[in-house]
Design a protein around this ligand. Sequence first.
Ligand SMILES: [Zn+2]
Length: 106
Amino acid sequence: MKITVNGRTAGTKETGCALCGGTWGDYYEEIDGEKLFFCCDICALEFVNMLREVKKRTGWDRIDELVINGNYSSGRTCVSKRGGREYKFYVRFNEDAGVETFREVV
Ligand SMILES: [Zn+2]
């Protein structure tokens, strides 16, 4: 999965956390058969919950590309891509890393 966080490539220890872009920490989670880097287990859980919601709403089995803009407090506006299709959404998490707000952006 190609991931861009606030304009920068992310998802490995070198490039930063797949959700927030942070380069501290040392947490890995396997997602769709791919080992992704996260700064902490909270970011990983938020990412997993976010992907689950996208897959549920689009019916996609996996996601090819994800562009994330924003942060924890303001929420994140994202573009997900699968094949030639695109799904834009806004997501905000609660204190337990769950999806608090999720809406499709048109
Ligand atoms: Zn993070």
